[in-house]
Design a protein around this ligand. Structure first.
Ligand code: ADP
Ligand code: MG
Length: 700
């Protein structure tokens, strides 16, 4: 039976080698089974009839009962077409045919009741239907008239070869007619009974050709559940395997380094959330198993501080620690903060980035290997082959989504006893998505801001109000504040964007003349040392305006900067906007974020701007982002390549996700490695899935 599903598509009647190749290329559909999993993305309700008066632009496809009053050939020569007037009791519209005129003329009947089906288009203010489907009511085949008709995704290339939605529907029909009754069930019987699901076989039939909406819903639920269930089962299973296998160094004590910092160096009280997260990490450190934890918290919630304190625990236990940042600027800033905190501690920290070379680099590498350096801060440079630690016990990765997951994996390989890993992200991921994306990671959340922060005030201004905005900036600068002005820089159009940036820079210099105002500029094409120089000038308040691209997006900490102006704000994604905004609001003064856009905005752009103006809550923003873009786009998910969900949508199908997760958890609790006879099906499916996606397990 298995053979049936894995048969190559070219052997399906109506396909053949050429179409099979096309289907493979365009849809990634190669076998009978693949085609069956190419689900409709919507249905047309053939049970719903409209009247002509009801036609509107919102109804893409329409079904009407009516009669043909007249048929007239129109146009000349090559532009000939056939026009007919179709009417019901509410009005009339024009039908047009451009092909097969003779045959159509002879087969149409006047004043006889038809069911018409087609896509209305507006032409010179009148409704038209081109090449409608017509069926005599007297001949009406009950089957199509009472069913939901599937609509499939296709591509232009496919349409050119007759594989439009209808073409695909025909193939599905042919295939389903041949589908053996006894194809194997893909979920355990117990689960099917318990959750009152329909069989896999029926689900496949009904998802393509539901008899009614109820059948369609039942099929959809079953398929979505199955997708989510196996995803969760895999994730949880990986977590179990990892926890069993990966022994981790045990950090037994909380020693002098931690205690002295906590009691004498730390200039403020930790928030409750920070205390909770440190406790969670301490529990992992002493568990004897490798920690693999994601720390989520909005910009400024104090993640770096938590990480530093945990590095002190590593040091207390004689282990080295390192912190990886996504950019040189950030790494340098972390290094400076940490060095300051460590100044009287007897611990040695160092910075290692790509631009540190020669003798200095050799010295750092030597001190690292001998164990003289306790804490290393750096960029990707840290995971190069040449970098050898004496005994690395704890790795902190800042802003996880900027690192490819492979890089994380390489970190593992460095050591026989893998270090504990803490991944920090300021792009909060909605809980449901985090559960799935990081289902095999433990998650800690800093959901409390240090006291005394004023929420950032965010406003939307049109480009035409620039003067007013500039006036506001001047007022802020006059009272000693500093200002960011950010331009989009998106890879594909980098040249254009750089031009925008420089034009913007010139305009800013003109509108904010020296000596009263001083303007810095930073962008991704600059040498690291130049960038650093400019950042330093801004930090030291030698300049009061920083014109930049989104290179300043992550982590940079300049508490005196109180205004963030984002130009062409509609071009940024929500999470990016939120990150950018996080650059201000770090001091005790009221901060502002001004989103500049043109008058014209797409619906999505408008929603993003509106969301930003309404909330500072990173989790809410992440939820909206996910809804707008879908999980496939959410940062970090593309590279993980694991969301093999065809029908289920993590953000919209949260209740199914919960159900799937609950069931998967129950099963794994009773039988963690799925060794029991009852779970043979699950085990073999899981093995197959894991095999297909390679060493994915190692990565997370
Ligand atoms: P994140 O890494 O989450 O953006 P940081 O750890 O860089 O946050 O902290 C942001 C700022 O807040 C830093 O200047 C830090 O010293 C300060 N900070 C951290 N925790 C607290 C606290 N509990 N109370 C007051 N200030 C804090
Ligand atoms: Mg940070």
């Amino acid at each position: 039976m298995h053979d049936f599903l894995s048969s190559p598509l070219e052997f399906l009647k109506g396909v053949g080698p050429q179409r099979a190749e096309l289907l493979g290329k365009e849809l990634g559909v190669f076998t009978f089974g693949d085609l069956l999993h190419h689900y409709p993305f919507r249905y047309v309700d053939r049970t719903r009839f409209y009247t002509i008066r009801e036609i509107s632009a919102d109804i893409p496809i329409i079904q009407i009962k009516g009669k043909i009053r007249s048929i007239t050939p129109r146009g000349e020569k090559r532009k000939k077409y056939l026009s007919a007037v179709f009417y019901d009791e509410t009005g009339s519209l024009e039908l047009k045919w451009f092909k097969g005129l003779r045959w159509i003329t002879s087969s149409l009947r006047l004043n006889t009741e038809y069911v018409l089906f087609g896509k209305p288009t507006l032409f010179n203010g009148n409704w038209n239907i081109i090449h409608p489907e017509l069926e005599l009511v007297s001949e009406g085949s009950g089957s199509t008239a009472s069913a939901l008709q599937p609509v499939y995704n296709t591509t232009e290339k496919m349409k050119a070869r007759g594989l439009d939605s209808r073409g695909l529907m025909k193939l599905q029909k042919t295939l389903l007619e041949k589908l053996p009754e006894n194809i194997p069930e893909t979920l355990p019987d117990e689960l099917i009974t318990q959750l009152r699901m329909i069989s896999g076989h029926r689900a496949i039939r009904h998802i393509h050709f539901p008899g009614d909406i109820h059948q369609q819903k039942m099929a959809e639920w079953r398929i979505k559940f199955e997708e989510q269930f196996y995803l969760q089962l895999r994730l949880l299973n990986l977590k179990i395997i990892r926890k069993q296998k990966k022994k981790g160094a045990v950090f037994k004590i909380i020693g002098d380094h931690f205690n002295r910092f906590f009691h004498h160096v730390l200039p403020f009280e930790l928030t409750h959330a920070q205390k909770r997260v440190i406790r969670e990490i301490r529990a992992d450190f002493s568990s004897g198993r490798q920690m693999n934890r994601l720390l989520q918290g909005d910009v400024g919630s104090g993640k770096t501080l938590v990480a530093l304190m945990c590095m002190l625990i590593a040091a207390d236990n004689g282990f080295q620690a390192c912190l990886m940042a996504p950019t040189e600027i950030l790494a340098a800033q972390h290094a400076a903060t940490i060095a300051e905190f460590l100044s009287a501690s007897g611990l040695k920290s160092a910075l290692l980035t790509g631009s540190i070379k020669g003798k200095q680099r050799r010295e750092i590498l030597a001190d690292l290997e001998s164990g003289e350096i306790h804490i290393l801060i750096g960029t990707h440079a840290i995971i190069e082959e040449a970098v050898k630690f004496h005994n690395l016990g704890f790795v902190v990765i800042d802003e996880q989504h900027r690192f490819g997951v492979e890089q994380r994996a390489r970190m593992w390989d460095k050591n026989e006893n893998p270090p504990h890993v803490l991944v920090m992200t300021a792009t909060p991921i909605p809980r449901t998505l985090a559960m799935t994306l990081y289902g095999d990671l433990d998650v800690s959340i800093l959901d409390e801001m240090p006291p005394g922060r004023k929420p950032i005030h965010t406003i939307h201004r049109l480009d035409s109000h620039r003067l007013e905005v500039w006036g506001f900036l001047k007022k802020e600068i006059a009272s000693g504040r500093q200002v960011y002005i950010v331009y989009p820089l998106i890879e594909e159009s980098e040249k254009m964007d750089l031009k925008n940036l420089f034009d913007g820079y010139e305009a800013v210099c003109r509108d904010f003349p020296a000596p009263e105002y001083r303007v810095s500029i930073v962008h991704g094409r600059m040498k690291a040392s130049d960038k650093d120089f400019e950042m330093q000038r801004f930090l030291k308040k030698e300049t009061n305006i920083m014109v930049a691209t989104s290179v300043i997006e992550v982590g940079v900490n300049i508490p005196n900067a109180s205004v963030m102006v984002i130009e062409n704000a509609e071009r940024f994604g929500l999470s990016q906007l939120h990150q950018l905004r996080g650059r201000v609001g770090r001091g005790s003064d009221q901060s502002y974020c001004i989103l500049m856009t043109g008058y014209k905005l797409s619906h999505e752009g408008r929603t993003r701007i509106k969301t930003m103006c309404e909330t500072n809550d990173g989790f809410r923003i992440a939820e909206t982002d996910l809804l707008l873009r879908g999980p496939g786009d959410a940062e970090g998910t593309r590279q993980s390549g694991m969301l093999d969900l065809k029908l289920a949508d993590i953000s919209r199908d949260q209740s199914i996700l919960q159900a799937a997760r609950t069931e998967a958890t129950k099963i794994l609790q009773s039988d963690p490695l799925l060794n029991s006879e009852n779970h043979r099906l699950l085990k073999s499916r899981l093995d197959a899935l894991n095999k297909r996606s390679g060493n994915w397990g190692k990565i997370s």
